[in-house]
Ligand binder design. Structure first.
Ligand code: SF4
Length: 456
């Protein structure tokens, strides 16, 4: 098995929603293409007349609902996901027929409207489902330069001929939860120190830089929750979904009975971040945009309601990242590959590990909590109505957050010695279930709720 050499920041990426594979990665593709094409010779650039963007697979099937077209165009305009303004995205959505801002490649200026993006074949022969091809064409539509990109889940982008970037070797190499558990036991080093030493070795960053990066991620999560709690009105798109987080939060605060209030607040936090995602505002992939409400909800609960100290919150976030490392490496975190079990399912497992580690600082217990959480999300399909990351996605985040807390309680209150390291088997089951899952349930909008709720 492959030794895992992922960084925390490969998992937690900040950018506009509503889908890491459909907005963040395509935006990166547009941004990369503009930079690469700028290296062409002046003669080649002079001949170029037009930029062509073709979407394939689930990018074609549900790209319109996810705003893939606007994301690629914003990227071509020179915007990376971390800094792209929400205002530009809103303008691109509102004025699909017009070229709202110029695209500058070298000295050449292009104009492209969002509606020019081509929704090509859903079934295709490219090696990855979510493929997009960007070309620079001359006046006869002959290709001057092209690049074939693959959005491989969680905002990760690869392309034809891509080779993994050079990275340092982790100090504590592992490829499974069992191996990680064994090496932690053998080394006698605390779980979070093992993860920090690995992160430093892999990325070359200092401990201070890594902590500061984790704080930026935690802050962005909290901002997404607060943005949603302040939000009112309808979300974009034809479903006319009303924002509900603020209403639920207000009702939750005045609810009698601490158990109901607790669940209402946790759910409101999750709805809030998810509604921000659906609005195309900035969120954190955790591990994806579609699942961007689960971990921020549990984080806000830990910080605001449970008053867990900041250093434990950071450590919890590291534990959450490790669960994503294992799922991404040994199964998938892409709805297009394994359905929603890879998105909300993995987020639930990550959040459960996060709170368990933050409270107990016991890696075995955290891994056990993650296994319980993921076990009960196996088989979860991806079936967004009309391709919009709204129904069932927004409420599914709230249910995932509550389930994460439930798994945490089950793990910490079970009889000592009952817990085990079965997470690897659960991840294997997720991969197997994903392989068997009909394509209809993998982010195509062609099955399940997507067809059973045709009009809302
Ligand atoms: S159903 Fe799940 S995997 Fe599919 S778009 Fe919604 S959140 Fe993502």
């Amino acid at each position: 098995m492959t030794t895992i050499a992922l960084s925390f920041f490969d998992i937690f990426k900040i950018g506009p929603g509503p889908s890491s594979s459909h907005t963040m990665a395509p935006m990166k593709a547009g941004h990369d293409f503009a930079r690469e094409a700028a290296r062409l010779s002046p003669g080649e650039l002079e001949r170029a007349e037009k930029i062509e963007v073709r979407l394939y697979g689930s990018l074609s099937a549900t790209g319109e609902g996810h705003g893939t077209d606007a994301a690629v165009v914003a990227g071509l305009m020179g915007n990376p996901p971390e800094t792209c303004s929400t205002d530009l995205i809103d303008r691109l959505h509102l004025q699909k027929n017009n070229a709202v801002d110029p695209i500058n490649i070298g000295d050449k200026v292009f104009h492209m409207a969002v509606k020019e993006v081509i929704y090509d074949k859903i079934q295709h022969d490219f090696p990855f489902s979510n493929t997009l091809v960007i070309r620079l064409l001359d006046k006869d539509a002959t290709t001057i330069f092209e690049k074939e990109y693959y959005s491989v889940g969680g905002g990760f982008l690869q392309w034809k001929g891509w080779t993994p970037p050079e990275r340092g070797e982790p100090i504590y190499g592992f490829s499974s939860a069992v191996e990680l558990g064994e090496l932690m036991e053998k080394s006698g080093v605390a779980g979070h120190d093992v993860l920090m030493q690995n992160e430093m070795a892999i990325t070359g960053a200092s401990e201070k830089e890594i902590f500061s990066g984790l704080d930026v991620v935690l802050d962005a999560m909290e901002v997404s929750v607060d943005g949603g709690l302040d939000g009112e009105g309808l979300l974009p798109g034809p479903l006319k979904v009303r924002r509900n987080a603020a209403y639920l939060y207000r009702n939750g605060c005045t609810m009698g009975g601490s158990a109901g209030r607790f669940i209402a607040l946790l759910s409101a936090y999750a709805l809030a971040a998810s509604e921000e995602n659906a609005a195309g505002h900035r969120v954190v992939t955790a591990p994806t945009c579609g699942a961007a409400g689960v971990i921020p909800a549990v984080y806000c609960l830990m910080k605001r309601n449970l008053k867990i100290p900041h250093k434990n919150l950071r450590r919890g976030l590291m534990a959450a990242a490790v669960v994503a490392f294992l799922c991404k490496t040994n199964a998938s975190i892409a709805g297009a590959e394994v359905g929603c079990q890879g998105e909300i399912g993995v987020a639930t497992a990550m959040a459960s590990a996060m709170i368990t580690y933050a409270v107990q600082e016991d890696p075995v217990l955290a891994v056990h909590a993650a296994a319980i959480a993921l076990e009960h999300q196996l088989g979860l399909t991806c079936d967004p109505v009309k391709g919009y990351v709204q129904i069932p996605c927004i409420q599914r985040n709230a249910v995932g957050a509550v389930k994460a807390y439930n798994a945490h309680i089950l793990a910490v209150l079970e009889k000592p010695g009952y817990f085990d390291l079965r997470l690897d088997y659960v991840i294997e089951a997720m991969a197997e279930t994903g392989r068997d899952m009909n394509r209809k349930y993998k982010e195509t909008g062609l099955g399940g709720l997507a067809v059973c709720i045709p009009e809302c």
